[in-house]
Every structure is written in C-alpha cells, then in structure tokens.
Design a protein around this ligand. Structure first.
Ligand code: NCD
Ligand code: ZN
Length: 384
C-alpha cells in the first residue's frame, strides 16, 4: 500500500502580533518567524518602550540588520535560514533588495512597526505615524498589565486627543485587553476590560480601528463579532490548543504561562469556533514572546510562550483537530492583511503532515536558553 504524505500549500501567512525583543535575543528568534511569515506586527514593549516614529525607525533598522546577519550565521542549534526555505544565502552585510510586492521588505520578511501608547503621546505623533508608511498601529498596554508595561496607559481619558486623531486617520489601536486591578480575578480580567474600557472607548470613538489582541475568552469573541467592521481580533496558537489545565499538568508548568492567562476549556472551544468560522474579523497573531529559561523557571516567572519555532505549524494542528484545514489560509494569510489595508502575499508555503521533534531548548542568550512550546515533544506538521 502506498502512503502519501499529506501536504498543505497556502499563501504565505503573516503574524499580526509578535514580540521580537532586541539585541542578541532578536538575532536568536527572528529567523524562526522570517522563515514562515512574510510580515509581522512587531510589539513595542522594549525597555525603554518604542514610543515615537523615530524610535520605531531605529528598531526597524535593527531588525533588518539582524535579519541579514542571521541569514549568514544562524544560532548553532537551528537550521540555516537558507536551507530551510531555499533562500539563496548571501554574503556581506548588505541587506538583500526588497522583494517585489513587499515595499521595504528584506528577503522573505517585512517588519510592521508599532508604537507604545503612553499617557502623554501627542496627537501629532499620529500624523507622523501615518506619514511614515512603516508604523501600522498603536499598542495599548494598561499600566502594569504584562511584561514591560510599566510605562503603559494609566487612564485612557488622558489619550483622548491622540485617540481622536487615530480615529480620523484610520490608525489601529492594538489592545492588550486586561484590567490590572488586583481585586479582579485574573481569569475575569479580559471580560471586565471589555465592559469597563473597550465598550466606553468605542462609544467615544465609534469609528476607531481596534484590534483586541490575543483573545482568550468567549466574551472577547462575542465582543469582536458583534462590533462594527472597525473591530477585529487576533488569536494565538497556544490559546487554540491549550486550556488552563496545561499550566498545572502534574505540577506547575511555567512555559505554558502567558498573559492573558489560558482560560477554561469552554473558552478555548469558543476561540477555535471563531478561528475556523471564516469570519474575517479573526486572524492569526502568535504573541510569540521569548523569555530566557532562567526567567521563566523562577519563583516569579515571566509571562510569555515562545511559539515562533512552529509559528504556522501549531495553527495547522489546531485547525486539523476540528477538520477545518480548509479555513486556515483565510485566517493566516488573508484577513489580517485585508484589515490593515495591506496587499495579500502572493508566494506560498507548504506544510507536510509529518511529526517534527521540538528540541528541549533553543539557543537564546549567552548563558540562557529558550524553552519553546512543546519542548521535548513534537508538532504534527513541518514546514517543507
Ligand atoms: C508578552 C511579553 O512577554 O512581552 N507576554 C505575554 O505573556 N504575552 C507581553 C504580552 O503580550 O502580554
Ligand atoms: Zn503580546
């Protein structure tokens, strides 16, 4: 009997929510994303945060430099980018020319930059964003909500003029949707944020483009579904694949801890239903968020799951599990570009349905490794 490898070919996907970090960490993780995705919305929660177009331009240059350097010298335990996706490795420090149809792109990857909203971002910065052509959104982190969010917004009322300008110019607000009040149960923080922050925000700015990032609850799905076309949401692979039991399976599992935290199974099922619904309001955003092993496996471990090593493969698993592989391309490759008003990608990737082993850890920083999701186990799909 002949066994055929099952393959899945789709338009090259984009990642609409990604943490790339900076410096050596950036160099270590960027090839994983660039191998799979054409573009990614790059989160601005560096230290200090990226709060101006000028800072975003400099960060973008560092990403582009890391990309071209990384094509020549990948970390020792990762495959060479050139081998993994048949790109011609090139020599020297010169970035490769932009590919056709990807203005500003380098090789296979274009970083889409964001700014970090603070209480005192001037409205004029939004005009600079619009004029830049490379900043695609403004990120709202409620102060203290998550990793590097100390400089976040304390009260959205302070941002009224800036939000009004965003609404006028069509610049999306990308939202970490959790209240930070320690009196609110951690599993309720997304739902409470929707009621107490997002609903009033959209009453004040009804045409504001809002992306509710990394939705984790049925409440978040219903809010996005029932709002206008200006409101969309991203879904991570780990929230589609795991429920909160994964944080406590036989002991505490710091590598399954992220924010917003995993929720109960009925919420996971609501996320999966939205992802496979074909509703263009829901699209792919990995929220891949690397932290060194020593900072995850600690008495007070950092929030964030690293998923970029299997950034599209994990979604293929989640969609296959419910018999909806035919819905993956729209979710991963079309709807996000449409929402952001960018052209859809034209090249394609192929996934093979073959188990791919995930190493116990990956190279990251000098003296600190990176433990990816599924470490020591396998993912059911691999990139051809
Ligand atoms: C993110 C990080 O580490 O930067 N962590 C996470 O758990 N997702 C920040 C964030 O998106 O909340
Ligand atoms: Zn994030």
């Amino acid at each position: 009997m002949q066994t055929l490898t099952q393959t899945l070919t789709i338009t090259r996907p984009d990642d609409w929510h990604l943490h790339l970090r900076d410096g050596a960490a950036l160099a270590a993780v960027l090839p994983d994303t660039a191998r799979r995705f054409a573009r990614a919305i790059v989160m601005p929660n560096l230290k200090p945060p990226v709060t101006t177009v000028a800072m975003a331009a400099a960060y973008r240059e560092r990403i582009i430099a890391a990309l071209s350097a990384g094509m020549n010298a990948p970390p020792p335990d990762r495959p060479k980018a050139g081998q993994a996706n048949n790109m011609e490795p090139h020599s020297g420090e010169q970035p490769s020319p932009p590919r056709e149809g990807r203005p500003g792109g380098v090789g296979h990857f274009t970083p889409l930059m964001t700014l970090y909203l603070t209480d005192n971002m001037p409205a004029a910065e939004i005009d600079a964003v619009k004029a830049s052509g490379f900043v695609h959104g403004i990120k709202l982190y409620p102060a203290g909500a998550t990793t590097n969010s100390d400089a976040g917004v304390s009260d959205l009322k302070k941002c009224a003029a800036t939000l009004a300008r965003m609404e006028q110019l069509g610049v999306p607000l990308l939202v970490h949707g959790e209240v930070t009040d320690p009196a609110v149960d951690i599993f309720d923080r997304e739902a409470v944020f929707i009621d107490t922050v997002l609903m009033p925000l959209l009453r004040d700015f009804p045409a504001l483009k809002v992306v509710l990032e990394h939705i984790t609850t049925r409440d978040g799905i219903e809010f996005v579904r029932d709002s206008g076309v200006n409101v969309a949401g991203t879904l991570t692979a780990h929230h589609l694949l795991l429920n909160r039991n994964a944080i406590f399976a036989g002991g505490i599992r710091p590598h399954n801890y992220c924010l917003p935290v995993l929720k109960r199974e009925s919420h996971r099922q609501a996320l999966v239903a939205a992802a496979i619904s074909g509703n263009p309001k829901f699209f792919l955003g990995t929220d891949s968020a690397p932290h060194g092993q020593s900072t995850k496996e600690a008495a007070c471990g950092c929030a964030g799951c690293y998923t970029a090593h299997a950034g599209i493969e994990l979604y293929a698993e989640a969609f296959e599990a419910v018999g909806a592989l035919d819905k993956l391309e729209g979710f991963a490759s079309f709807y996000g570009a449409d929402y952001y008003g960018l052209p859809r990608n034209t090249d394609r990737i192929t996934l093979l349905r073959e188990a791919a082993a995930v190493p116990a850890s990956l190279a990251y920083l000098d003296g600190d490794r990176l433990v990816p999701l599924r470490a020591g186990e396998s993912v059911a799909w691999r990139l051809a």
